[in-house]
Write a protein that binds this ligand. Sequence first.
Ligand SMILES: Cc1ncc(COP(=O)(O)O)c(C=O)c1O
Length: 381
Amino acid sequence: MTRPVYVHDLDALTGHARAIRAALPRPVELLYAVKANPEPDVLRTLAPVVDGFETASRGELCRLAEVLPGRPAAGYAGPGKTDADLRAALGAGVARIHVESPAELRRLGALAVATGRTARVLLRVNLPLDVPGASLVMGGRPSPFGMDPADAVACARRPPAGVEVHGVHAHLASGLDAPLAGAVAEAVVRWSVAEVGAREVDVGGGMAVDYGDPAARFDWAGYGRALGDVLDAYPGVRLRIEPGRSVTVHCGAYLTEVIDVKRSYGEWFAVVAGGTHHLRTPAAKGHAQPFTVHRRRDGGGPRTDGGPVTVVGQLCTPKDVLSRSADAGPVGVGDVLVFAMAGAYAWNISHRDFLLHEPPEFRVGDPDRIAAEWAARPVDG
Ligand SMILES: Cc1ncc(COP(=O)(O)O)c(C=O)c1O
């Protein structure tokens, strides 16, 4: 038995990130949201392509400082920043602290004054935007994220000592397709300029990816054109985006091996090494993680009849399902499964200590080549 392995295809990541950059008008600043995948290799690969990194914890600030010394975070958001977090952000030279509440702004101002620094901030605003079609709507309803518009206007008019307000940050929804993301960006910028005289606007991330179609990509060219129109309509505004998932999701795969195949009340199950404690994404999002099968040359063990198969992991919970009723053809013991689209919100959101199974390994390269080599080796039990 070989341990499950995450494979990151860094060449593919470079190509994809460059394509995103090329599709956006140059004045648009492209930040990468570290929370999507904070692996050091991923950060190093993206560093020459993106304009900066958006962070959401002191841990992410530390990760950036370790991996990319001298490249402080461009943004730092997240509810519940402690004084220690805010002090760390000031000390690390974070370019813009994204402030989530009036009380946080007051604490930040006091800390800035006490440490003799200036806090440069964007006010995170929870704007009541109508974004139909988004899988998760974050704006315009009660939420721990950001401030109500009236609070943001008040903060912008009378910032506390030690604080410079440079503009607005809004991350209102995820699962946005390009036309919707463009419409959200325009509405956020319009409000920010009109209501708080913003010179900078960060319109967040949330660009859609399609787990049902690993070959599909967000329409960066269409989004780039929409952002170009926003820049034309609001000249002089610094416009920023901070996608995460749509940048890295395609560059990571989770490879594992089938341990057991069985039929339960007429339905086929394949039990693989690892599971959702390594790859929580399908459990978190309630979807089937797409996968392909590399048949084991000398598998020899039981095999499904080719009907729909549910792929589960090693955990003692019925929620440990990676893919339900998949049409994957025959699947047998020893086969190597390549779960695609595991490059974002995957290992880093997984409940890795549940049952104390071994963690996965990590490799860099082409997932299909590594899976083919794996499947060519004898099954070693
Ligand atoms: C403030 C903020 N910015 C950016 C992102 C990245 O979103 P996504 O990975 O969907 O692009 C998130 C995700 O939750 C977020 O909360």
